[in-house]
Design a protein around this ligand. Structure first.
Ligand SMILES: NC(=O)c1ccc[n+]([C@@H]2O[C@H](COP(=O)([O-])OP(=O)(O)OC[C@H]3O[C@@H](n4cnc5c(N)ncnc54)[C@H](O)[C@@H]3O)[C@@H](O)[C@H]2O)c1
Length: 246
């Protein structure tokens, strides 16, 4: 299969969970990958396995809260591959359901810097190149916590609402350059981020009566990154087993 053949794709947070699954899924579709993560050891392990699949992979260690490191990520990608076709803003952290009164300013700033400001900074660094190419896809990993309350604490819920608002802004402003910008809103997905809390959580409020798997989100990301989704932009797509429909 080659739905992403030779597309240069940057995936943040690709060393674990959903990002790792997205990297493998994109690789099966012929993508050229840039694995961007703070955790360099895990990132290298993911990259090694993908190289064995025959794909070209670049690993860039990056703390996405540091703008200079994001600049280095984009420059290194352009030096190596010459273009950027897909930016998948996946990396994020959870706030463990901490309510507003118990949220410190430090936690609020950390969650917003990782979940929101990094997407703003990295998109602004990549957009000029996509505008010049007159093509590109940006996919932001939001959450159903960006649509309803109680799927995270104060900072996580607010941050994911911000991601969806920013996605719509980008889509409205940059669609005229042939760039499609969408968000994925996963429900509860089995990843290292959720592994502990899922041990005791029931699934009866989810119409499909189960949690999601990372490959299911990755399949949706492939579609949004591919030319099949050419008329999709500004969409915030839920993938939650029906949770937000009831
Ligand atoms: N797991 C779920 O149920 C769920 C549901 C909805 C949305 N999400 C979102 O999906 C995304 C991925 O979540 P996951 O469950 O795979 O998490 P995860 O913890 O398994 O992976 C997150 C990755 O991001 C990286 N990362 C964290 N901070 C970073 C930083 N400052 N700079 C660079 N990399 C950094 C980590 O090293 C890790 O590899 C997040 O945006 C999360 O909010 C997850």
């Amino acid at each position: 299969m080659s739905r992403l053949k030779d597309k240069v794709c940057i995936i943040t947070g690709a060393a674990s969970g959903m990002g790792e699954a997205e990297a493998f899924a994109f690789a099966t579709q012929g993508a050229k990958l840039v694995i961007a993560d703070l955790n360099i050891e895990s990132a290298q392990q993911v990259a090694d396995k993908i190289r064995q699949m025959g794909n070209e992979v670049l690993v860039v260690q990056v703390d996405i809260t540091e703008k200079t490191q994001l600049e280095n990520l984009v420059q290194t990608t352009l030096q190596h591959f010459g273009r950027i076709d897909v930016l998948l803003n996946n990396a994020g952290i959870f706030d463990k359901y901490i309510n507003s009164l118990d949220t410190s300013e430090q936690l609020w700033d950390l969650v917003f810097n990782i979940n929101v400001k990094s997407i703003f900074n990295l998109s602004n660094l990549v957009l000029p190149h996509m505008i010049e190419q007159k093509s590109g896809a940006i996919i932001n990993i939001g959450s159903i916590a960006g649509l309803v309350a109680k799927m995270g604490g104060a900072s996580y819920t607010a941050s994911k609402h911000a991601v969806l608002g920013y996605t719509k802004h980008l889509a409205a402003e940059y669609g005229k350059f042939g760039i499609k910008i969408n968000a994925i809103c996963p429900g509860t997905i089995r990843t290292p981020m959720t592994a502990e809390m899922l041990k005791t959580r029931p699934t009866d409020k989810i119409p499909l009566d189960r949690f999601g798997e990372v490959n299911e989100v990755a399949d949706l990301a492939i579609f949004l990154a591919s030319d099949e989704a050419q008329f999709m932009s500004g969409a915030c797509i839920t993938i939650d087993g029906g949770f937000t429909s009831i």
